[in-house]
Write a protein that binds this ligand. Structure first.
Ligand code: HEC
Length: 178
């Protein structure tokens, strides 16, 4: 009788084990996918956070900033930071002219991080980062200028503002935490 009952036992054993194995493999695959997802999220966050160091460095070279401003920015924003004429009215292509960077413009209304992004990424991409879709004529300088050089230019621009604008802009940068 023992010979007769053995095969069903074995058969049962296989029948029980196969779903078990499938279950294990499935669990493993699900686990791998989940882990992959977490890994990808962390990686993407790192990617997004990495490209900009949007805080003003402790030491800046204002003289170099002034020089670079003359070379890279003055053509549009004016040798004396006065901007282009009628800078509040869009031109024929619908984009705005270059605004002044002196206290008559609105550069001082923005925190450091926005000024940095605007210069490094260009207007369109910087605004896209803030969730705003906008056709901007401000080019990106990330290819031509290092982060340090961009900060030096911004430090130079800021150094030309009267006390009131400087304080207001510093408060905005502090509030933005960047
Ligand atoms: C080809 C012309 C051109 C050059 C060169 C240029 N800009 Fe601009 N910039 C613009 C225009 C046009 C705008 C306004 C576009 C807009 O409204 O988005 C602008 C806007 C900006 C703003 C936003 C200002 C604000 O008040 O909102 C910053 C900051 C800025 N430029 C910095 C710079 C710096 C720094 C340089 C030099 C490294 C530079 N720009 C060179 C055309 C230029």
């Amino acid at each position: 009788m023992g010979r007769v009952s053995a095969p069903p036992f074995l058969k049962n054993g296989v029948m029980m084990k196969l779903p078990d194995l499938l279950l294990q493999r499935r669990t493993l695959i699900v686990l791998l996918i989940a882990l992959g997802g977490v890994g990808a999220t962390v990686w993407m966050r790192g990617e997004l956070a990495a490209p900009t160091t949007a805080t003003m460095p402790a030491t800046v070279d204002i003289a170099q900033g002034e020089q670079l401003y003359g070379d890279f920015c003055a053509a549009c924003h004016g040798a004396n930071l006065e901007g282009q004429p009628d800078w509040r009215s869009p031109g024929p292509d619908g984009t705005l002219p270059a605004p002044p960077h002196d206290e008559t413009g609105h550069t001082w209304h923005h925190p450091d991080s926005v000024l940095f992004d605007y210069t490094k990424l260009g207007g369109k991409e910087a605004l896209a980062k803030e969730g705003v879709e906008f056709d901007s004529a401000m080019p990106s300088f990330g290819e031509q200028l290092s982060d340090a050089e961009i900060w030096n230019i911004i430090a130079y621009i800021k150094s030309t503002w009267p006390e009131r604008q400087r304080t207001a802009q510093a408060e905005r940068s502090a509030a933005a935490g960047r």
